[in-house]
Design a protein around this ligand. Structure first.
Ligand code: AQP
Length: 344
């Protein structure tokens, strides 16, 4: 497989990421993605989109899709993304994503996509009934990133393999079209205790929008009582909180609650253990509930305010789409030229 060193790309640092508009956002999306976006916007030029093209890889009710897109944008702003600093836009409003994805469909190899574990997990027993889009989803993701020549991509742990595919596509394009350093080989920004938040009902399963059990996740729009209740009912084992970080090994539910507490307070797991080690979960859970309500309550409140009148969100999305198209157009034009299309 073609590889080149990132040093060959000489352009500026740029962040890009997004979240699908496919349902209510949860604590995993917040810690794995949104919190990182808000931090990075002050460090690099930042593009954050609502991944509505990705969301239709599974059925979305047409009458609800635009509202779902606004809800994700509201979550971005409520979590702290500043539209005057970061470019916030709907993916479908920038058709260049789909065009670059087609070109990359012809660069990526079937063998590469066959290895993607998320497709296997999401298609489950019914692979032949899944959309073709679900299969080529990581290729569109590569186009999302490289259309803006993004160098840094903040995501949760589950997206690591897709980011590696993006690097492979960038490297192969640069090689095949004799364009060394044209596309960067972007780095994923995954680290941190919120990189993989697990289900509250099963410490071995990822917290996920599509889990049929609402008790498995904390939604950003949950009210204080619901958040406290879900944490109170979260699965744990009968032992107390361990007295060392190593003691979390083999105890996925305990590890998850300690990790969530750490991520929400900005502490390390060791610091959480120092505070709660040896105590029962009857002590940790109410403390965790208080922290979660304190952090997420204002986010949910601001989302409700923004969604009560779509005017503000729509103007953010419209202005963001114009900025994104202006950034994307020259990259796509150069790509078309490299490929050799007529008139490019
Ligand atoms: N449990 C998680 N812990 C940490 N990060 C997570 N992310 C998702 N789940 C967790 C991160 O959130 C970002 C947006 O994800 P997405 O909505 O685009 O797609 P997803 O990864 O498929 O999210 P879900 O909630 O798990 O949806 P379903 O149920 O549809 O699969 C990404 O950066 C992701 O890593």
């Amino acid at each position: 497989m073609t590889e080149e060193t990132p040093a060959q790309y000489a352009g500026p640092k740029r962040v890009l990421s997004g979240v699908q508009s496919s349902g209510a956002l949860h604590l995993g999306n917040y810690l794995g993605a949104l919190v990182k976006f808000t931090r990075l916007q002050h460090e690099m030029d930042t593009f954050i989109f609502v991944a509505d093209l990705h969301s239709i890889t599974a059925w979305q009710e047409p009458a609800l899709l635009a509202a779902q897109t606004r809800e994700i944008a509201a979550a971005y702003i409520a979590a702290g993304l500043d539209p005057k600093v970061a470019t916030i836009f709907p993916q479908s409003a920038v058709p260049e994503h789909a065009e670059l994805a087609w070109i990359f469909n012809c660069v990526a190899r079937l063998g590469w996509l066959d290895r993607m574990t998320q497709f296997k997990e999401k298609s489950g027993q019914h692979k032949e009934r899944s959309s073709v889009g679900l299969y080529t989803y990581p290729v569109l993701q590569a186009a999302d990133i490289l259309l803006y020549k993004a160098t840094h991509v903040p995501v949760g742990e589950d997206q690591k393999q897709h980011l590696e595919l993006t690097r492979d596509i960038a490297g192969k394009f640069n090689h095949d079209f004799d364009a060394p350093g044209f596309f960067p080989l972007p780095e994923s920004l995954i680290q941190g205790p919120g990189a993989r938040v697990m289900s509250l009902r099963d410490g071995l399963a990822k917290m996920s929008k599509s889990d049929p059990s609402d008790a498995s996740r904390i939604n950003l729009m949950d009210d204080a009582d619901t958040i406290a209740n879900k944490i109170k009912r979260a699965k744990t084992d009968p032992l107390p909180v361990p007295e060392t970080v190593e003691g979390l090994e083999g105890r996925p539910e305990a590890d998850n609650l300690v990790g969530i507490y750490a991520a929400l307070t900005g502490a390390t797991k060791a610091e959480v253990i120092a505070e709660f080690g040896g105590k029962g979960f009857g002590t940790l859970k109410p403390a965790l509930a208080a922290v979660a309500v304190d952090k997420l309550g204002p986010v949910g409140g601001e989302m409700r305010r923004l969604m009560s009148d779509p005017t503000e969100i729509d103007s953010v999305l419209k202005a963001g789409a114009e900025k994104a198209r202006a950034a994307a157009a020259p990259v796509l034009a150069e790509t078309r030229k490299r490929v050799g299309f007529w008139g490019a």
